[in-house]
Design a protein around this ligand. Sequence first.
Ligand code: 13P
Length: 248
Amino acid sequence: MRKPFIAGNWKMFKNIKEAKEFSEEFLKLYVPSDVQVAICAPYTQLSVLVDSFKGTGVKVGAQNMHYEDNGAYTGEISANMLKEIGVDYCIIGHSERRQYFGETDETVNKKLIKAFEYNILPILCVGEKLEERDSGREYDVVKTQLIKAFESISEAAMEKLTVAYEPVWAIGTGRTATPEQANEMCGYIRSVITELYSEEIADKVIIQYGGSVKPSNISELMNMYEIDGALVGGASLKPTDLIEIVNF
Ligand code: 13P
């Protein structure tokens, strides 16, 4: 059985004070259950969140990391730096990083390898753009992203992987993929993992849907067989909204 996993992606929102307020309010409402919860915050809020959520079961993630241990990479943060402050997860290959910051399938692959080396649990984002879906290429696009991301990744590492299917046209647009569309692609992602590894491995990989997830649509998404969780942007910024999503 795969454990449901709801992760918030705060993107570039909230300062330290707001992060503290969020965690206090969230913890007042949060009742631990078999749903795994994580908050992926900007770097400067990570330590505060690690402290606030210590012992609660709520995990903390970063939104990006570099693929080298250290070096002359001005402005970058490495996996060992994240590990040092107690970060559990890291989003890798988010479409906003691919779109605005030159993230490629090759850098995504290097980052996955490095994250596993430091025991940081990666949330690998894949998904097609609108024109790719409109021209019927969504499955090819996602398959290519997966094949390139998984180069040299071992079976043992794969068991710790989360994949987030985030169709770019559904991010921050209010336009959610239908539960059927999301389920179909999540099932397809699992079939690609079966092809590349095995059914046993594919059965263990958590596959989230992301893109305009909110309290009003989470339950129909989570009712779909292939969808194990959600990567939530805008709606993860308010504790009351995120709690409703976690308690789908
Ligand atoms: P929204 O939930 O704001 O559409 O963002 C989705 C996302 O990009 C999560 O990583």
